[in-house]
Design a binder for this molecule. Structure first.
Ligand SMILES: Nc1ccn([C@@H]2O[C@H](COP(=O)(O)OP(=O)(O)OP(=O)(O)O)[C@@H](O)[C@H]2O)c(=O)n1
Ligand SMILES: C[C@](O)(CO)[C@H](O)COP(=O)(O)O
Length: 384
């Protein structure tokens, strides 16, 4: 299926097959419904696709005996078949009239799938009928029987196949309808229909929970993915002569100005330090020393942008930011909305991820005597 410039893309569906019984995973619930690192295996896998910005729809294929589990999911489900390819076919048929032009087919048991792997498969589909992640085989390979080596196998050109396996929707639907069954995966179905399939980089964390030992290994992967960091920042600037202050990127007329090497935006500095703190990367002074004239009267947005870029480079996104300004005057309430808008613009966030509020110190201390303004901030960073 090709898209002309006049035919806009119709979107990408994720089809997660979860109708297996998990017989190799040992006794107990089917592996996809077992708890792991705080939620069920299936919840982790589904969340990875729901959270992906380029996935427009998620459909899960479940076993008829698992209806109680299926009903607990926040995404639509459809019953699968007796084999993996029958389950994939059932899912594709359920999506057939929905108008998606791409589909990513994924094993529910690969709960460690990353945003990067999903993105790479989707991106490759711009140039090919199909794309799937895989890892080159690095161990020596043998043939064996009765605990004896019966031969050796050249590993050159051999890959370990993973999912999600992505395809142009119509092409893989036609291929599955034509296939006689018994395929190991959807790449085999695609190849039988002469579709071209590109290999993209897989990841060791994207392994399939198959045997009992795999649960502990996957738990480690998922706990690593759950990396959430918290940072705090605190800053103070004294008043000096002047006619306005800059707070959280907004200029406010006032009887005094704030004194500082840069624009003395005490709120923005506290937020910036909270982000550096969450990254264990020191504070503004370390990245922009006050001894350097370059930062004299600088717009503090430069500092905040730097902290956000550093977070992105280290693989984190900002979850939310909360800042409290401590002063008797100026009154912050009338400007809070403009501050949240400006701060969210600089950080590339939605406005509901940024909170700016204020308190007085009941006329106590240096803020109470109106000698300056203090600011306190918290930021959460989430491993992307
Ligand atoms: N009839 C089937 C068989 C498998 N699957 C899914 O296909 C993937 C293949 O992984 P596999 O490890 O083979 O899963 P199971 O079939 O559940 O495991 P086992 O072979 O150990 O029973 C899993 O996500 C599984 O839920 C499916 O949807 N329908
Ligand atoms: C599709 C698959 O995950 C590719 O590696 C795999 O073939 C399915 O699992 P199974 O253990 O072969 O049933």
């Amino acid at each position: 299926m090709t898209n002309t410039p006049h035919t806009p893309p119709r979107g990408t569906a994720a089809l997660i097959v979860a109708a297996g019984r998990g017989t190799r995973a040992g006794a107990g619930l089917p592996k996809q419904w077992r708890p792991l690192a705080g939620q069920r295996v299936a919840d982790w896998t589904i969340a990875a696709f729901v959270a992906h910005p380029d996935i427009d729809h998620v459909l899960v294929v479940t076993h008829p005996e698992d209806d109680a589990f299926a009903q607990s999911l926040d995404v639509p489900t459809v019953h699968g078949g007796d084999t993996r390819d029958a389950s994939v076919r059932a899912g594709l048929e359920a999506l057939a009239l929905s108008g998606f032009d791409k589909v990513l087919i994924h094993d529910v048991a690969r709960a460690g799938v990353s945003k990067q792997v999903i993105s790479d498969v989707i991106a490759a589909l711009d140039h090919t009928d199909g794309a799937a992640p895989a890892l080159a085989v690095t161990d020596a390979l043998w043939h064996g029987a009765d605990q004896r080596v019966t031969g050796t196998q050249d590993r050159e050109g051999l890959y370990r196949a993973q999912t999600p396996q992505g395809f142009c929707f119509e092409a893989i639907l036609v291929a599955h309808r034509a296939h006689k069954g018994g395929a190991a995966d959807d790449v085999a179905v695609a190849r039988a229909a002469n579709l071209a399939v590109a290999i993209v980089d897989g990841h060791e964390d994207n392994f399939k929970i198959t045997t009992p030992d795999d649960f502990a290994r996957m738990e480690k992967v998922l706990r690593h993915h759950m990396d959430i960091r918290l940072g705090n920042g605190f800053d103070v600037h004294a008043f000096e002569d002047g006619d306005h202050v800059t707070l959280c990127g907004v200029d406010i007329a006032h009887t005094h100005a704030l004194k500082g090497h840069s624009d003395a935006d005490v709120g923005m500095h506290a937020v910036t330090d909270a982000i550096y703190g969450a990254l264990a990367e020191g504070d503004i002074g370390r990245h922009f020393p006050p001894s350097e004239m370059e930062w004299k009267d600088a717009d503090s947005a430069i500092f905040l942008e730097h902290a956000v870029t550093l977070a992105t480079q280290k693989g984190y996104r900002i979850g939310n930011v909360d800042c409290t300004l401590i002063c008797e005057r100026p009154k912050i309430g009338p400007h809070a909305s403009a501050m949240m808008t400006r701060m969210s613009e600089i950080m590339g966030l939605e406005t509901n991820q940024v909170s700016i509020k204020a308190t007085t110190s009941e006329r106590l201390g240096f803020t109470g005597r109106e000698e300056g303004i203090a600011a306190l901030a918290t930021a959460t960073l989430i491993k992307a």
